[in-house]
Design a binder for this molecule. Structure first.
Ligand SMILES: Cc1ncc(COP(=O)(O)O)c(C=O)c1O
Length: 371
């Protein structure tokens, strides 16, 4: 049986009437740019996060860059994040004009190591961007204590963690602001590019909204030099139609992950540890294995989808060669990134599909599958 890495069509079919009506409503009103669907979504998504305010923007990368700019962070400042993230986190820092600094991660959760963060801080450091990678929140208690002691702003990269919880609190409330991506494959995905900044600071989200709309103070007045990175009407309508289902989808992802965990651990594939107090929403289901390249080839030959998130740590990419960092600079992240593979997970995945995945992994490692 073929198992897709993710099945966006299954989700669309389960909501087809609502999605089609939402899109048709925008077309009927020609509310393509601006309009009430955007404000409604911003209110509803802020409430989902348990936060005061939300500003919709064009994508998750711009969310990061715009919030840095709205905080007044730029040339001469340093911003710290991790090497094992999607390039966008680093790009946003660099494009803001600030200097990118990196710190290593923990081997069990794959998330920012607070002690490494503390070591990376210099007098120029202005902000830290912990990345809630794969769907689990970082150790925000330790990160917040360090950041507050050094007067740093905290920007959560929550592109993979819509609705994750740290003892009941969600991204958007765990730092000064959280940046979300609604790229179609995310836990809450639009039908194109979209993103948002969520915060308890409504002044900050207003500044982001202003920057994302050409720095407009009113339709004809431009108070700042901004850009064009608006959440559009069709994306807002699709996101509104999907949002009521997000908690259920996240629970389905968790249930699937909890089915995988023991079966894969038993055959020598090490899942990412869910830290105490954390409720991961398993945007990705990642395991560590000895021969990652071999396993990928084996799964593909059996028509089982898999992914790499991500193959190359930021500091070893061609793009960031200018940092002058060599292999060995961040040993934990580098080791993890050479060993990880992402297995199929999505809310609609069936037990039979998961059994097929486990059996294929077992076949490759030469272990009997219990599945
Ligand atoms: C961790 C992380 N940060 C930032 C982004 C950027 O989001 P977008 O693709 O919407 O620009 C993504 C999404 O791909 C991501 O996974």
């Amino acid at each position: 049986m073929a198992v897709p890495f993710l099945d966006l069509r299954a989700q669309y079919l389960s909501l087809r009437g609502d999605i089609d009506a939402a899109i048709q409503g925008i077309v009927d009103r020609t509310a393509f740019i601006g309009g009430e669907a955007i404000q409604q979504f911003e209110r509803e998504f802020a409430a989902f996060c348990g936060a005061q305010a939300c500003a919709g923007v064009g994508n998750g990368t711009d969310a990061l860059q715009l919030v840095l700019e709205a905080m007044g962070i730029g040339p001469g400042d340093e911003v710290i994040t991790v090497p094992n993230t999607f390039m966008a986190t680093a790009e946003a820092i660099t494009r803001s004009g600030a200097t990118l600094r990196l710190c290593d991660v923990r081997p069990d959760t794959h998330l920012m190591d607070p002690e490494a963060l503390a070591r990376a801080i210099t007098p120029k450091t202005k902000a830290v961007i912990p990345v809630h990678l794969f769907g689990q929140t970082c150790d925000m208690d330790a990160i917040t204590a360090i950041a507050r002691a050094h007067g740093l702003r905290i920007i959560e990269d929550a592109a993979q963690a819509h609705g994750a919880e740290l003892r009941g609190r969600r991204p958007g409330t765990l730092g000064d602001a959280a940046c979300f991506s609604f790229y179609p494959g995310k836990n809450l995905g639009a039908y194109g590019d979209a993103g948002a900044v969520v915060s308890n600071d409504a002044g900050l989200t207003s500044a982001v909204r202003c920057l994302a709309n050409h720095g407009r103070a009113s339709h004809t007045e431009h108070a700042r030099i901004g850009t064009n990175s608006r959440l559009d009407g069709i994306q807002a309508a699709v996101l509104r139609a999907k949002l009521p289902h997000l908690n259920g989808w996240n629970q389905a992802r968790r249930a699937a992950a909890k089915r995988y965990d023991p079966l894969l651990a038993e055959i020598g594939a090490t899942p990412v540890t869910e830290a105490p107090g954390c409720t991961s929403v398993y945007h990705l289901y990642v395991v560590e294995v000895d021969d990652r390249e071999g396993l990928m080839a084996h799964l593909r030959a059996r028509d089982i989808g898999c992914g790499l998130h991500y193959r190359t740590p930021v500091h070893l990419t061609e793009a960031y060669r200018g940092l002058g960092l060599r292999p060995g600079a961040f040993p934990v992240a580098e080791r993890l990134q050479s060993r990880i593979i992402s297995l199929p997970i999505f809310p609609e995945i069936t037990e039979a599909q998961q059994a097929e995945v486990v059996e294929a992994v077992a076949e490759f490692v030469g272990a009997p599958a219990r599945g």
